[in-house]
Design a protein around this ligand. Structure first.
Ligand SMILES: Cc1ncc(COP(=O)(O)O)c(C=O)c1O
Length: 365
């Protein structure tokens, strides 16, 4: 069986560095908001040029706290792409604002600026573009719409560590960007973790309070806050992994290239990489009108696949109260029936990749 993903090879490749980092945390005997978190925040901010990073407990919290720090709350609406995964909307709803959806572009499956503009109402306060699968959204027209309608922009970078839009890192375009360090992400912890990157000094200061009971200083809470921190162990592990992020992304890109070459004659649509994008290939997502049959075939051939994501958000039971219905977002709805993610991680053995390609070609024959 070729599994969809394997995390252990990466640990083994970095074992000495990671074990040493963990030992350092135990030696220091300090586990929450210490030197490791502060150092990771500095290093992750430097990775994006200038700006602030504020660590928190998850990518979902990063979306929630970023929106809150920018003044989003009850009575507001926040628009996101309808094909994102559920936590984007969990983060929006946690602010008390109402989530609203827009459709996506057919080629990249990222937020369609025209659909975004149509979704705006007088209550719309922010937009959360999602760099889905590691392919950047077309940020310039999205930022134009946001500027015209005075909307805050929080980039959902949960899948986009190190991805580039017109040569510049995803996460540096909006008012803030939310990152997830869920273990399978391109930059993954060994547990939950997240961070907000922002160049807004005031928002960064609010975020530091929001994540720690609203405290401005010890035992002095000046705003209502939460408990959402990136712990020292995860921060120490992430510091090691950040040093390998660009290499890992390059290894993913090499595998995407090999898939692309191998699958040229398959009756599938390969993932698009537009001329303005450098994807980090968090996921490698094909499209096929015979998706379910192809998935069954690959399963029988011993290839693990997944679907990211099978149900657009407006058709999820939890969000029917928002009042949307089938047919409202035709591009995303069609994509959800056709998408299939093949195994993709930096250490995916090339012999496995060749077997996967053969199994897809076999199905297409
Ligand atoms: C696009 C997207 N947004 C948000 C999240 C939420 O991140 P987390 O699982 O760290 O809360 C994830 C990952 O699960 C994601 O893929």
């Amino acid at each position: 069986m070729i599994p969809f993903a394997e995390l252990k090879p990466q640990y083994l490749a970095m074992k000495d560095e990671i074990d040493a980092a963990i030992a350092e945390v135990f030696d220091a005997g300090w586990f929450i908001l210490g030197k490791q978190c502060a150092a990771f925040e500095e290093e992750f901010a430097a990775y994006h040029g200038r700006g602030h990073t504020v660590g928190c407990a998850s990518g979902t919290d990063a979306i929630h706290l970023a929106l809150r720090a920018l003044g989003v709350g009850p009575g507001h609406e926040v628009i996101t792409a309808v094909n994102t995964c559920v936590p984007t909307v969990c983060g929006i709803a946690a602010t008390g604002a109402r989530p609203a959806f827009a459709d996506v572009c057919h080629d990249t499956l990222t937020l369609d600026p025209a659909s975004l503009e149509r979704a705006i109402t007088p209550r719309t306060r922010a937009v959360v573009p999602v760099h889905l699968y590691g392919h950047p959204c077309d940020m310039e027209p999205i930022l134009d719409v946001a500027r015209t309608h005075d909307l805050k922009v929080v980039e959902d970078c949960a899948q986009a560590h190190g991805a580039l839009y017109k040569g510049r890192k995803c996460g540096t375009f909006g008012d803030a960007a939310a990152f997830s360090f869920y273990p399978s992400k391109n930059l993954g912890a060994y547990g939950d973790g997240g961070a907000v990157f922002t160049r807004d000094d005031a928002a960064a200061a609010r975020l530091r309070m929001l994540r720690n009971y609203g405290e401005e200083s010890r035992y002095r809470s000046v705003i209502e806050g939460f408990n959402s921190r990136l712990d020292e162990m995860q921060a120490a592990i992430l510091r090691v992994k950040l040093r390998h992020l660009d290499d890992g992304n390059a290894a993913r890109r090499a595998r995407a290239l090999a898939y692309g070459q191998g699958l040229q004659r398959a009756r599938v649509t390969l993932p698009a990489e537009t001329e303005w994008a450098t994807s980090n290939y968090h996921l490698y997502v094909l499209r096929s009108q015979a998706r379910d049959a192809m998935r069954d075939h690959l399963q029988r051939a011993g290839v693990g696949t997944q679907i990211h994501y099978p149900t657009p958000l407006h058709l999820q039971p939890a969000y029917t109260h928002l009042g949307y219905g089938a047919g409202d977002f035709p591009v995303a709805e069609r994509a959800c029936r056709e998408i299939l993610s093949l195994p993709m991680y930096p250490e995916l053995p090339m012999e496995h990749l060749e077997e996967i390609v053969r199994a897809v070609l076999d199905f297409s024959a």
